[in-house]
Design a protein around this ligand. Structure first.
Ligand code: ME8
Length: 633
């Protein structure tokens, strides 16, 4: 039995989960499921990174206590994952006690072996990145990530003797091509190793930052956030004493994007070497999602909410799109048009049609049961050959993280089966009374569909299970023989009942946001142009807290979850009609782009929409729950 461990980065809690986080985590989930399907014992880890300057600043900006802030944002990640069919085995938070203890154990160990020293350092420090920069790394004297001038900082700190291990690391990378993949990132790391990297500053004086893990050998300092964060991969496995660490560590695969290549490819392995621990097995690095051609960013307001996309198109289709569209390692562009196009072509047309027509024919011609398979002819054997080759390719490509190529291989079988049905024309066989031949053709097609559904399980788990159920095949993970699927074609039991129809992938349309027709005539002067209306940003959010305004009886302070990192506060004149406790949990519509202003000393960021009537104020709410922050259009 093989032990397989896969991890995502642990995400900073200074932003809500977005498309990029969802991608890495969906990839990790799919990989974990693929290995389960292959019979491995799997451990899948994700979590949140909660220490450091950045987090403190974000909490201050939101005006809430840091612990409260990190609890809330971490929870938003934990709440999201099940909606995306992500089944992680553990969720690590760097503020957990066992993680802190593990970091201190690790630090003490490396300190005692002489690889941590104290020294004065003067350098250019970027608070955004929480690290010192060399002049060479700056672009026009500014931090390339934050476009801000770093500050000159002189302070005493602890340093990790990283340089001592760089040669050993370089040799390891050269001797183990699979250690860092895709190749371009392996080359990038080898290039970094040719530069003068220096040692790694691993502490921050408490006079400057207290939100971190204390150094066990000097309580006046806290640990640099990256040194703390990277250790999550072993603290979550119960290092040093837990059995899980012993079993899973040697099969460890980390999934990250290109932005955090250096900490994972250089800091982390040298830390492991210094602690006398084996290196992880593989680092798998993917590119960035852009939105159209533009970088996704909060300030541009184009951050893609994964939950909204999954709710609109279905989580299975969303996961399929992400894996099929991005060539792992390269950047990819996300647009609704691209998603709809791929959905309609691959899922509604190719796969959906194959399912709906084959199941319908099985009902019409074979009483709704899987028919017996007769003798195979040349035509059928070609299907088996194409199928076995496609599935073997799928498995190899998937194992190597070439998800888009793997799916392209699988679709060769999908398309071949559609052609096979066209050419075999079961309707004509039925007419001609060729029942044996008809049964064989339908069996061959249905079994091919079962194989396709089974291989899609890592990517679209519940849809794949629904497809298997439609084929009358009892889903049992433990009984799957993935390798065997590439050499035999007789998994379906003749006589099992199949569904009479299938509509798992109804065609989708791109949402059109054209102007509604504006009536003309006498009243036109009183009407507003669509452009005027479009200037208003109306959204729906969920009330998470409501309390009386301390200085005004008729006002309530309402905190609304609008999908942002922290709820916004709105001062609302609804106290006459509404008790604070009746508001919590309710979804309300509000004006989101009103200029913030103070109302009796309290900041108000928006306005709740309500209808005044004889019976009091009625609030405007959606007819069914929508993701917080959804736009009213
Ligand atoms: O870096 N496209 O956390 P983070 C694809 N806490 N993936 C993206 C993306 C995009 N546009 N944007 C973000 C940190 N990601 C550290 C990690 S690990 C010990 C500590 C994904 O919240 C991608 O996986 O900034 C990227 O590496 C990660 O989010 C960065 O998340």
């Amino acid at each position: 039995m093989k032990y397989f461990f896969v991890s995502t980065p642990i995400y900073y809690v200074n932003a809500r989960p977005h498309l990029g986080h969802a991608y890495s985590t969906i990839v990790a989930d799919s990989v974990a499921r693929f290995h389960k399907l292959a019979g491995d014992t799997v451990f899948f880890l994700t979590g949140t990174d909660e220490h450091g300057d950045k987090i403190v600043q974000a909490a201050q900006k939101a005006g809430v206590d840091v612990q409260h802030y990190v609890d809330e944002v971490s929870q938003s990640f934990q709440n999201l994952w099940p909606h995306l069919e992500i089944e992680n085995d553990a969720f690590i938070r760097t503020t957990m006690e066992h993680h802190k203890a593990c970091v201190q154990y690790f630090l003490q160990k490396v300190y005692e072996s002489g690889d941590i020293y104290f020294a004065e350092y003067e350098g250019l420090y970027c608070y955004g990145c929480e690290r010192f920069y060399t002049e060479k790394e700056l672009v026009d004297g500014k931090c390339p990530d934050h476009n801000e001038k770093p500050v000159l900082l002189k302070e005493k700190n602890y340093f990790f003797r990283m340089t001592k291990y760089l040669d050993a690391l370089r040799r390891h990378i050269e001797e183990h091509p699979e250690f860092i993949q895709p190749e371009r990132y392996r080359n990038e790391v080898l290039a970094m190793l040719r530069e003068d990297l220096g040692d790694l500053c691993i502490s921050r004086p408490k006079s400057r930052l207290t939100w971190g893990i204390e150094l066990p050998f000097d309580r006046d300092f806290v640990t640099y956030v990256w040194f703390d964060a990277l250790i999550n991969y072993i603290s979550a496995l119960g290092y040093p004493e837990d059995e899980r660490f012993r079993k899973f560590w040697t099969g460890a695969h980390h999934i990250v994007a290109k932005d955090i290549l250096k900490p994972h490819a250089i800091f982390w392995p040298t830390m492991l070497l210094a602690a006398g621990l084996p290196l992880y097995k593989g680092l798998r690095v993917h590119g960035y999602w852009t939105v159209g051609e533009t970088k996704m960013s909060k300030s541009l307001g184009n951050v893609v909410d994964p939950l909204a996309v999954a709710q609109r198109f279905g989580v299975g289709a969303f996961r399929y799109f992400l894996l099929a569209e991005m060539s792992f390692g390269q950047d990819a562009s996300f647009t609704e048009e691209a998603l709809v196009q791929r959905f309609n072509a691959d899922l509604a047309n190719d796969l959906g049609n194959l399912f709906s027509r084959t199941l319908a024919m099985t009902h019409k011609y074979c009483g709704g049961q899987v028919p017996e398979c007769g003798e195979l002819d040349e035509f059928d054997r070609e299907v088996l050959h194409v199928g076995h080759t496609a599935l073997a390719n799928f498995q190899t490509q998937f194992q190597h993280f070439h998800f888009s190529r793997a799916l392209a291989s699988l679709w060769e079988l999908v398309r071949h089966l559609n052609k096979y049905i066209d050419k075999s024309a079961p309707w004509a066989l039925f007419k001609a009374g060729e029942t044996n031949r008809l049964s064989t053709v339908l069996y061959v097609a249905l079994e091919g569909m079962r194989k396709i559904a089974l291989h899609l399980w890592p990517i679209m788990p519940s849809l794949a299970e629904a497809m298997l159920a439609q084929l009358g095949w009892k889903w049992n993970l433990a009984a799957v023989d993935l390798e065997g699927e590439t050499s035999s074609w007789f998994g379906l039991q003749p006589g099992s009942a199949v569904a009479s129809s299938s509509n798992l992938f109804p065609r989708q349309d791109v949402r059109r946001e054209g102007p509604p027709s504006v009536p003309g005539g006498e009243q036109e002067k009183a009407l507003v142009d669509i452009e005027d209306f479009a200037r208003l940003e109306l959204r729906v959010g969920t009330v998470v807290e409501a309390r009386p305004h301390p200085q005004a009886d008729r006002l309530l302070l309402v905190r609304i979850d609008d999908g942002g990192a922290v709820p916004r506060q709105v001062v609302a004149g609804i106290a006459d009609s509404w008790q604070p406790s009746d508001l919590v949990g309710r979804q309300v519509a509000f004006v989101a782009n009103l200029k913030p202003r103070k109302l009796r000393g309290q900041i108000s960021q928006g306005m709740i929409l309500a209808v005044k009537s004889a019976s009091g104020l009625a609030l405007l709410s959606p007819t069914h729950p929508v993701p917080p922050g959804s736009v009213v259009s």
